[in-house]
Design a protein around this ligand. Structure first.
Ligand SMILES: *Cc1c(COP(=O)(O)O)cnc(C)c1O
Length: 393
């Protein structure tokens, strides 16, 4: 077929897959690839997991949609499960990450409104990525995603990621107008950037002191990606609001905004809604994904294989002139290059049968399924090393 009828928002590789199973994908010619992208942190339990397949087909044969005008049992079950795992109190379901963040931003607005704050402001981080709707674009950073969309809602203050003093400065400048902080625990799109140790904990204390909502975008880091259910659990804190999407549906679109305490009581009947959000199909799949992660011990596996992968990459690539830094947590790993390597994703796929992602031009991002095994860790290391070295040659 031809791509001529598609809007040109992506420049896809001339590579198309027809089948997936676990960590593997097969192209139209029947060639096998190891998938170290997982649809950008989506297929966390692997492609075509048999339990996900039967959850989808059974539910499709029973009931796909009723709208939120009626109670939806699977929605209540998934909400219950998510609140148990996270320590938050209530959930609103969406269909995507950007929508879940819009829900969080609306909660921040309502929170300000109840406090009598006119023109409430949300603090966000430099190099953040929160989605492509107008509101989440406004909360995001970087000319590549914002160029040409001027006139975005301007209710955000940007501070450097990991800089506590900058938050104090923001408070001095804007005082009571600030109502919340929204951030990714690890910045994914901007190259797997980790906050300095202790930052999240200090931010939690700061938010308590100032009565700001701490809102974490765990759309990429959540659902086991970093070796815990949610990245904030590494730091022993609980946010007031958290957003999820990507890995929750393993490929079936779903998003969720969770809230705790006062933030969980802000919406009232009519103040927010969604036609598809929380439908029986997506929520049943969400429940199935969480069960699989639990029963297969995938948090522990993500932690173990992630540590192994990070150590092996260090062992092979430290000292390589092309490589500036290797960092990550669990199975979310970035390899920052000195400069972009042309066609690197194509070279890795074509010459080494390995699917990788490159973000912000020069950071290789690895986000393999959480089911990754030891042998596959070695396959990733070999493919990445060869692709990087080959390009030098
Ligand atoms: C992918 C992503 C989003 C946007 O999710 P969509 O489902 O594409 O709208 C938002 N925040 C983070 C951190 C993401 O990784």
């Amino acid at each position: 077929m031809t791509a001529a009828c598609l809007m040109t928002t992506y420049q896809p590789l001339a590579l198309s897959f027809t089948k997936g199973l676990g960590t593997r994908l097969w192209d139209q010619a029947g060639r096998e690839y190891l998938d170290a992208v997982a649809g950008v942190a989506v297929t966390n339990v692997g492609h075509s997991h048999p339990r996900v397949v039967s959850a989808i087909s059974e539910q499709a044969g029973l009931l796909l949609h009723t709208s939120n005008l009626y109670s939806i049992d699977w929605q209540q079950r998934l909400a219950h499960k998510l609140t148990q795992l996270s320590g938050l109190d209530r959930v609103f379901f969406n269909n995507s990450g950007a929508e879940a963040n819009e829900t969080a931003l609306k909660l921040a607005r309502l929170y300000g409104w109840h406090k009598g704050v006119e023109q409430p402001l949300v603090v966000v981080m430099e190099n953040a990525f929160h989605g492509r709707t107008l509101g989440t674009l406004s909360a995001s950073d970087g000319p590549a995603v914002r160029l040409g969309f001027q006139g975005l809602p301007g209710d955000f203050i940007k501070v450097p990621f990991g800089d506590l003093a900058a938050l104090d400065k923001a408070h001095q400048a804007y005082g009571q107008r600030i109502v919340a902080v929204l951030m990714e625990p690890i910045q994914g799109e901007s190259g797997v950037q980790l906050a300095p140790p202790g930052y999240l904990k200090a931010l939690r204390e700061l938010c308590n002191r100032r009565n700001w909502l701490l809102m974490l975008d765990e759309i990429q880091t959540g659902i086991g990606r970093t070796g815990q259910w949610f990245a904030f659990q590494h730091e022993g804190i609980v946010p007031d609001v958290m957003t999820l999407a990507k890995g929750l549906g393993n490929g079936v679109p779903i998003g969720a905004c969770l809230a705790r305490g006062k933030a969980a009581e802000l919406f009232t009947p009519g103040s927010h809604g969604s036609t598809f959000g929380g439908n029986p199909l997506a929520c049943r799949v969400g429940c199935t994904v969480l069960d699989i992660i639990e029963e297969q011990g995938l948090l522990e596996n993500a932690k173990r294989q992630g540590e192994r992968l990070l150590a092996r990459l260090h062992a092979e690539l430290d000292g390589e002139p092309q490589v500036l830094a290797i960092r990550g947590q669990g199975l979310m790993i970035g390899i920052e290059l000195a400069q972009p390597i042309r066609d690197l994703t194509l070279i890795a796929a074509r010459d080494h049968g390995l699917l990788i992602n490159v973000t912000r031009g020069k950071t290789i991002r690895l986000l393999p399924p959480l089911t990754l095994d030891e042998r596959e860790v070695e396959m990733i290391v070999r493919g990445v090393v060869r692709a990087v070295r080959g390009a030098e040659g």
